[in-house]
Design a protein around this ligand. Structure first.
Ligand code: CP
Length: 306
């Protein structure tokens, strides 16, 4: 179980019971006022990639529990610009705080940091690899809006190659009884290693380019942005950008379930029409808000206060 001194580097480290436990603690955080629980504790936010939701919801979570936040700030103004290594920087920052939330473009950066920090390290996104705290808030949202996780068909659409939120959530859902559907252009399909993992776990899954043909079977549609910043070849991005555009008309034409819920880790570009925002399908803003109680739970757990 996640506890004092533990790091959160990959959702692969969590079995079903551990996931359910984090969601239960998040529920308690949302239901009550726990100000003072992390009084005297310092969270270092060390983000070497852009962020709005993860950065601010970590800060909000820490402040709501009475802790302090030390923000590393913009990488351009840090000593990385003088050539400092990640391992040296982690050792230094660890000396100033009790827990580190790290976002870094390198896959495996959080795992490396956790090995040397001597403090809990929480992976706030490592390249195209994993985003485990996003996954906890995604599962928390699914449980809240659907009343359950088991028995659902979850469709992922968009950039399934580089989308770390997709990779983490697909792994986490494999701990539950869910059917998974992956919709993307062939060049952005879900990594083979993840498919193998799902096959080994006996997960019912399907891959397609055709969103229209699959929409009516979904309980959750998990949309993602096509991540221009991760393409080595800008022409390849031009070929796939705007591949899927989801709006009320498409949903009506495809006869989706009334209970369909649309999620998105955000930010969005043109894949989700703002015309969906006020419909019952849209849960992406609620999803983003759920980042606060979920991150409160994770911070309290790794600091041994739950
Ligand atoms: N969902 C998410 O990770 O958003 P940010 O990049 O804004 O943190």
């Amino acid at each position: 179980m996640l506890g004092q001194g533990g790091s959160v580097t990959s959702i692969r480290d969590f079995d079903r019971d551990e996931i359910v436990n984090v969601l239960a603690v998040a529920g308690k955080m949302e239901a009550g006022d726990h100000y003072g629980l992390l009084q005297g504790k310092v969270l270092a936010i060390m983000f070497l990639e852009p962020s709005t939701r993860t950065r601010l919801s970590f800060a909000s979570a820490m402040m709501k529990l009475g802790g302090q936040v030390l923000d590393f700030g913009d990488v351009e103004h840090s000593s990385f610009k003088k050539g400092e290594s990640l391992s040296d920087a982690i050792r230094i920052v660890a000396g100033y705080c009790d827990v580190i939330a790290l976002r870094h473009p390198w896959e495996g950066a959080a795992r490396l940091a956790a090995q040397i920090a001597g403090r809990p390290v929480i992976n706030a996104g490592d390249g195209a690899n994993q985003h485990p705290t996003q996954t906890f808030l995604d599962l928390y949202t699914i449980q809240k809006v659907c009343g359950r996780i088991d028995g659902l068909t979850v469709g992922f659409v968009g950039d399934l190659k580089y989308g770390r939120t997709v990779h983490s959530l697909a792994t986490a859902l494999s701990r539950f009884d869910c059917r998974q559907v992956f919709v993307s252009p062939p060049s952005l399909s879900v990594p083979q290693g993840l498919l193998k993992e799902l096959e080994e776990a006996g997960v019912e899954h399907e891959q397609s380019e055709d969103l229209r043909g699959l929409l009516s079977s979904l309980d959750i549609l998990y949309c993602t942005r096509i991540q221009q910043e991760r393409f080595a070849d800008s022409m390849e991005y031009e070929r796939v950008k705007g591949a899927y555009r989801i709006g009320p008309r498409l949903l009506a034409e495809c006869g989706v379930k009334d209970g369909l819920r649309i999620m998105h880790p955000l930010p969005r570009l043109d894949e989700l029409s703002p015309a969906l925002d006020e419909t019952p399908f849209a849960v992406y803003f609620e999803q983003a808000r759920n980042g606060v109680p979920v991150r409160q739970a994770i911070l309290a757990m790794v600091l041994g206060k739950v």
